[in-house]
Design a protein around this ligand. Structure first.
Ligand code: SAH
Ligand code: SF4
Ligand code: F3S
Length: 475
């Protein structure tokens, strides 16, 4: 059953088809489109929705910058994401001069910030369409408006209650997919812009999530990644609350689904129930991405993370006791206001104690409007650089040491894509998310195979496919 908004948007897609068809006839060629994603998995999933609508309307996808329609789905979590966007945008201008048909659109998190929109309206006048995270479901409607009026359109909403889901979608991978389980964030970590640009936390109904996952499985998906800024607070606001662990159990029952991943659980409320469900599951990957941010209790408090160093370490111990083979990965921020050498040593101490399988280390980026941006004791650049190098070296050592434990073992991997630098190899992933390159042909993509990890390269492996019969004989 479609809701009224879905029906309305599908009508706009029909209108858009006519507009695109007319243009094709007058130009005597197909129209092309390019969708570029910045930022996280949520944005990647949103981009699949944008591309689904464009393709349904008749556009052909291209990587090239001289497309007839280019849309950048932006991120603003750190300033370098914003700078990359401005760089890419500047480079588009000459293409637009050459191709009078070309239209340029911007959407996503950066567009929820009025200062960014002002800057674009002032300095990048050649952008034709701007919308935000809350009205992304109106994409077809906005496109029709843009083509019909020929005017620049800026339409950014502050919030929305509408969830319009049953619209076309074009998945990047046929065999794996992200599934949104919730939108927004209410945690307000003091450094983070996400709650301001993605709005309040809203959970999707479990039956809708299960239905979407079942549909995905019917079309060949074997792995899903459940997406939310803090999946542990899933379902808390329902009249009859449903926990994230309960949701996982429902999804696990779907026949044909082989692997379940999720991102991101917040350490402050990772429940015993969730640990037990992951421990006993055959499908949920034994990999937990558990953002630490800092190992210093003083900094964690200033970050409003609501756990301290000891609680984080105790949580990791509890997870490892129940799931001994678990891979734990993390995010770390270096250079948060007030961070001293001693605080960095605390972070390093946590890295030494936990031994992360992998970690993303970020330099703190001041986000206007967040509480941390107004804190007085911002750390000077030279210190941040020194701290960053210290932390990076530690996490790299830890990742190398942890990943090495798989050397010469046999693992089940999912074949994902042809290797970019050597097309006779296929890039595959283990349950732990570790990448393994194997000799193989593209027909393997989307399949699980057993491989022996023969060569360790620091962060990834080269492996050889094991013939099932042979491995059986060897016991
Ligand atoms: N909701 C998730 C992550 C969201 S953003 C969570 O709570 O973990 C992904 C990562 O970006 C964060 O984990 C954090 O490490 C980093 N990040 C967020 N804001 C940042 C900022 N202002 N500067 C540097 N890194 C930041
Ligand atoms: Fe940002 Fe914190 Fe929310 Fe993650 S939990 S999105 S870091 S505010
Ligand atoms: Fe960036 Fe928005 Fe994701 S700010 S990290 S794209 S939620």
């Amino acid at each position: 059953m479609l809701n009224p908004e879905e029906t309305r948007q599908l009508e706009y897609i029909e209108k858009l088809k006519k507009i695109v068809g007319d243009k094709e006839r007058s130009l005597n060629r197909k129209l092309t489109c390019q969708v570029t994603t910045f930022g996280c998995q949520m944005n990647a999933r949103d981009s699949e929705k944008l591309l689904g609508i464009l393709k349904t309307a008749g556009f052909e996808e291209t990587d090239s910058d001289d497309a007839d329609f280019v849309i950048y789905n932006t991120c603003t979590v750190r300033d370098n994401a914003n700078q990359r966007l401005y760089g890419r945008l500047g480079a588009l201008k000459p293409f637009k001069k050459k191709n009078p048909e070309m239209k340029i659109a911007l959407c996503g998190c950066m567009m929820q910030e009025p200062t960014c929109v002002d800057k674009i309206n002032k300095s990048y006048r050649f952008v034709d369409l701007i919308f935000g995270t809350h009205n992304i479901f109106c994409f077809a409607e906005l496109l029709v408006k843009m083509y019909e009026t020929g005017e620049r359109i800026t339409e950014v909403w502050d919030a929305t209650d509408t969830i319009a889901e049953q619209l076309p979608i074009s998945r990047k991978y046929s065999f794996k997919s992200g599934v949104n389980i919730m939108f927004g964030c209410d945690n307000f970590c003091t450094y983070c812009i996400v709650p301001y640009v993605r709005g309040r936390e809203r959970s999707r109904k479990p039956e809708d999530i299960v239905r979407e996952t079942e549909e995905l499985v019917k079309t060949g998906v074997v792995e899903v990644m459940l997406l939310g800024q803090n999946v542990n607070s899933y379902g808390k606001n329902f009249d009859e609350p449903v926990s994230f662990a309960e949701l996982l159990q429902r999804i696990e029952k779907i026949d044909g689904l082989e692997r379940i991943r999720f991102m991101t659980p917040h350490p402050k409320d990772l429940s015993d129930e969730l640990i037990n469900v992951v421990a006993s599951s055959k499908k949920i990957c034994h990999h937990i991405h558990l953002p630490l941010q800092s190992g210093s209790s003083k900094i964690l408090k200033k970050m409003n993370r609501r756990y301290d160093k000891e609680q984080y370490l105790a949580l990791v111990d509890k997870i490892r006791a129940k799931i001994p083979d678990v891979s734990i990965t993390t995010d770390i921020i270096v250079g948060f206001p007030g961070e001293t050498y001693e605080d960095v040593l605390d972070t390093i101490d946590v890295i030494d104690k936990v031994r992360f399988d992998n970690a993303f280390t970020f330099i703190y980026s001041k986000r206007t409007g967040t509480p941390a941006a107004a804190m007085e004791d911002q750390v000077d650049e030279a210190c941040v650089k020194k701290y960053f190098d210290m932390v990076l070296k530690k996490v790299q050592d830890s990742a190398r040491e942890r990943t090495k434990r798989f050397e010469n073992t046999v693992q089940t991997v999912l074949c994902e894509e042809v290797n970019e630098s050597d097309p006779s190899f296929i890039d595959t992933r283990m349950e732990s998310n570790t990448v393994v390159h194997i000799k193989g042909t593209p027909d393997l993509i989307g399949k699980f195979v057993k491989v022996k990890l023969t060569e360790f390269h620091g962060f990834y492996y080269t492996g050889e496919i094991i013939n099932e019969n042979e491995s059986g004989q060897n016991g």
